[in-house]
Design a protein around this ligand. Structure first.
Ligand code: BGP
Length: 477
């Protein structure tokens, strides 16, 4: 067991899934404030109060806005070295287009970072985690418009300057590669993905989708550049949702299918962000799908200059694909694919695969050769609060333990892994279902989907387990 000294143990969150504080501190409307259900046939985002079968966003999430001191104190009690969180863009620029930032929003994050630093916790900050000012969606269709790149870069520069002495680790866009999944979550492009609105339908319009993604990649590269100029000590990472793929059989056709999907989903965005250039396989993909995007004269230079310093990814599951089955429609997993007979599912159908994490770490280490960080990994489950206010979540402990064991093997394999922020230190609103019911936390939040609960924080059994894990630098599991 050999985690390096200074290994960044911690936990990860996203602003729109924890903060609440709707419109407090002169915050502007965010896209996530408008998602009140029905999107992709599931209710999304905020704790919802059900009235006569109608869902309303409560805009409260788990009220981190008012509990951050208590929460960060609890993270410190577990011995966290790092806390991954994101900034709500509309707290800083309420509409996204203002010349001057909103001081109250900036101050809110100053306070959070101060609180972290007071406890020796390194903040790892994502600039955009599935959300942006609503105005940018309404007026520009998010990153479909090149204009939004300019607004994003102004936002990023403002943030880098303001927190120059407080934050060193940055991530530009969360799970950027979801844009490449045929049924993907297009919030990464700043597009509200409710197919019933007329905003846009990039699902069928690949040109539009990949044009928007190009803009996001340019925005990310410009932000990396700006971060390095503002503070040469800044470390900026990409963030990829990595779903490791296996062929269903040893048929060469299955293997080719794996390679194609790997390129499209797992590799493309990371390759651009690490190597600073569009890979050949993607140029071919564009040709084969009649995709013609507008690339401006300096764009390739921007990508080349804006390569990331480290590679971060989320890892929840692996997936199994077959050349014969339809990747999208087969049951048993979030991303489709076929059932892997060697793996068990979570209650939500995600195929749990700790050994796949070791494999993935080795793959990424070989491919990129830059420091790696796992910035999301965890188990969504239904927890039971006992009468004496305890949560015995041995299933979560066993999930985390099995993954950490494989991480440690990967480190022994020679992988340059610098941190692990599990998802998530506190219960939060599920991104894919919009529910509280799907809980990930080491800390229970007393709030339910029916609106009941007082937001009190309760330590789960996994809290004490993770504390020991960190204390022993991953030796005691
Ligand atoms: C990732 C997202 C997170 C988080 C996590 C768990 O895709 O980056 O925001 O929510 O998945 O997913 P879910 O909440 O849907 O279970």
């Amino acid at each position: 067991m050999s985690f390096p000294k200074g290994f960044l143990w911690g936990g990860a969150t996203a602003a729109n899934q924890i903060e609440g504080g709707y419109l407090e501190g002169r915050k502007g409307d965010s896209i996530s404030d408008h998602i009140s259900g029905g999107s992709r046939s599931i209710k999304r985002r905020f704790t919802r109060v059900i009235e006569a079968d109608t869902f309303y966003p409560s805009h409260e999430a788990v009220d981190f806005y008012h509990h951050y001191k208590e929460d960060i104190r609890l993270f410190a009690e577990m011995g966290f070295k790092a806390f991954r969180m994101s900034i709500t863009w509309s707290r800083i620029f309420p509409k996204g287009i203002e010349d001057e930032p909103n001081e109250a929003g900036l101050k809110f994050y100053d306070d959070i970072f101060d609180e972290c630093l007071k406890h020796g916790i390194e903040p790892i900050v994502t600039l955009m985690h599935f959300d942006m000012p609503y105005f940018l969606l309404d007026h520009y269709q998010g990153f479909c418009s090149r204009e939004v790149v300019r607004h994003f870069v102004r936002y990023a520069e403002t943030i880098f300057k303001r927190y120059k002495n407080k934050v060193k680790y940055w991530i530009t866009f969360n799970e950027i590669n979801f844009a490449c999944l045929p049924s993907g979550n297009l919030e990464v492009l700043g597009i509200y993905d409710d197919r019933t609105t007329d905003y846009t339908d990039p699902y069928d319009d690949l040109n539009k989708r990949y044009q928007a993604l190009h803009h996001v990649l340019i925005a990310s590269a410009e932000a990396v550049n700006a971060a390095h100029k503002i503070n040469p000590d800044n470390k900026v990472g990409c963030m990829i949702a990595h779903v490791t793929l296996y062929p269903r059989t040893c048929s060469p056709k299955d293997m080719i299918k794996v390679q194609d999907l790997d390129h499209l989903f797992n590799d493309f965005c990371g390759d651009v962000q690490v190597f600073g250039t569009y890979p050949a396989y993607m140029k071919n993909y564009y040709k084969a799908h009649n995709i013609e995007i507008n690339i401006e004269e300096n764009d390739m230079d921007i990508l080349k200059e804006g390569c990331v310093d480290y590679y971060t990814f989320s890892y929840y599951m692996s997936n199994c694909v077959s050349a014969e089955g339809d990747y999208e429609t087969s049951a048993g997993n979030l991303l489709g694919g076929v059932k892997n007979p060697y793996l068990k599912n979570s209650e939500w159908g995600w195929q749990v695969d700790p050994i796949g994490l070791r494999y993935t770490l080795n793959k990424l280490n070989d491919r990129y050769g830059i420091p790696l960080m796992i910035v999301e990994n965890g188990l969504g489950a239904v927890d039971e609060l006992t009468a004496d206010r305890k949560i015995h979540d041995e299933y979560r402990i066993s999930y985390l333990k099995d993954h950490i064991k494989q991480m440690s093997k990967a480190v022994d394999d020679g992988v340059n892994l610098i941190g692990y922020t599990m998802w998530s230190p506190i219960d939060l609103i599920s991104s894919s279902t919009g529910e509280m019911k799907k809980r990930y936390g080491l800390i229970y939040i007393n709030k339910n989907d029916d609106g009941m609960g007082d937001y009190s924080r309760i330590k789960k059994d996994s809290f004490y387990w993770y504390k020991k894990c960190i204390e022993s630098n991953g030796e005691i599991l």
